[in-house]
Design a protein around this ligand. Structure first.
Ligand code: C5P
Length: 216
């Protein structure tokens, strides 16, 4: 079974995807980490004239199985860097095969990102699109960072998330919309447990409908 989980920054999709993977015993890939790793690799070249070429080289050189610097990868600034390399078509192409192979592994997988249901796994068994309002998303991300001992400027964080959302929405090489067959889950007023219960109910319902011969 392949479950595709998409949504904007800090919508809770990563936590939900990890919870779904545990619940159904599936492997999980946070595809944002791939873009973050490429962004981090070229952080010193952001203003260089050959930034795009450097990002494409970094994407080809990336070993997705060796992403270990969690603190640097998950930093808010790295998210902004990721959204800068994510608009480069050849960067997306370079990361595509790994994501598709991961999804095709025996036993299935949960992938979360922005274009999983639209580009990476259009054939996914179940697609979820996670939403939450901007303030709720900022507050969640702030608490995650604070739990790791990072000092947070909420005003700056809010603007980083807005900047990232705007760039992502306008990405000429992205397909960051809700797939027509994706189930919408708004987590603004749900805590993690309630959101996971809602997601499991959606997946169970979709599986039951498929088993009964009806499309999800
Ligand atoms: O999901 P996360 O916030 O870690 O993603 C960081 C950035 O990577 C996003 O803002 C987006 O620009 C990019 N991304 C992408 N496609 C994905 C996952 C992430 O373009 N499938």
């Amino acid at each position: 079974m392949i479950i595709a989980v998409d949504g904007p920054a800090a919508s809770g999709k990563g936590t939900l995807a990890a919870g779904l993977a545990r619940h159904y015993g599936l492997a999980h890939l946070d595809t944002g980490l791939l873009y973050r790793a490429v962004g981090l690799a070229v952080r010193d070249e952001v203003d260089a004239p050959d930034f795009e070429a450097a990002a494409i080289r970094a994407a080809h050189a990336l070993d997705p199985d060796q992403l270990s610097d969690v603190a640097a990868l998950t930093a808010a600034e790295t998210g902004v860097l990721a959204s800068r390399v994510a608009v480069i078509g050849p960067v997306r192409e370079a990361l595509r095969a790994y994501q598709r192979d991961f999804a095709a592994r025996p036993g299935g997988a949960v992938l979360d990102g922005r274009d999983i249901g639209t580009v990476i796994c259009p054939e996914a068994d179940v697609k979820l699109f996670i939403e939450a309002d901007s303030k709720a998303r900022m507050e969640r991300r702030a608490r995650q960072l604070e739990a790791r001992g990072v000092e947070v400027d909420r005003y700056a964080l809010y603007h980083q998330i807005e900047e990232r959302d705007a760039r992502d929405r306008a990405n000429p090489n992205g397909a960051f919309y809700r797939a027509p067959d994706a189930h919408l889950l708004d987590t603004t007023n749900l805590d993690i447990e309630a959101a996971l219960r809602a997601a499991v109910a959606i997946v169970d319902g979709a599986i039951a409908r498929k088993a009964g011969g009806n499309p999800a």
